[in-house]
Unconditional design. Sequence first.
Length: 286
Amino acid sequence: MSNILYAIRERLSSLHPKERALAEYILEHPQEATRSGITELAERAGASTATITRFCKSMRFDGFPDFKLKLAEELAAPSEQQPTYQDIVAGNSLQRIVAAMEANHLRSIADTTRLLDFGALEAAVAALDRARRIDLYGVATSGIVAQDAYQKLIRIGKEANAFSDPHLQITSASNLGPGDVALAISYSGATQETLDALVCAKAQGATTISLTKYGANPLADSADIALFASSLEEGMRRGDMASRIAQLHVIDILFIGLVSSRFDAYVPKLEQTYVNVRHFRKTKGR
């Protein structure tokens, strides 16, 4: 199942009856949905064209044409590029474990790349570039991703901090203001502590960016700029491995986009931190 269809399936229970009937039709007939005009789809699904437009926008598409295009792209991806995510299996050989991890990570990156909204990426890069201060929020696995982003940002001289403690997240958000950025990371998009911090930062006037799994969720809905990673990982036993790789993929894109946007300003700082770290490691015999 594609990321888009998976996100639709996840939302079924929360949809109004007309939108639920439309969603169920799309899930059962995805190829037909990509080949239909909006009026034709409305007739087949027993919905109005207004319902279809509203549904597409609630799924964070620009409209029905954008929804059709992106769903068609996902469905057209070669099946050999869409292996099923592989869970932990008792007694697996190391050779099979290595192959499974490679397949999971490659797919999470490929799935996430297909979901990228370049307009949102450009807005996020611009916000990070002009930010006076950047605070990053995330707990558990997402907190590790926030730390990775923090490490990258301070290497190019950005004033940045990463917070995993809920109280410190709110304390940080309370001290942000216009000209600052809050980047909140949560795979589910429903981690209450991270959502509270983003909402608080937004109330203080900061620009807010979310990084969540694909689809409508409270964190993405509350952010000024919503970024998405693959939403296909299920089950508790994987330890959020594929989702972490997907989130790190987006962070790497943001960082390289940021450095590339003002190469002459950021690259010398990047090189200087590398030189200094190497020098002090040598002087301490490490």
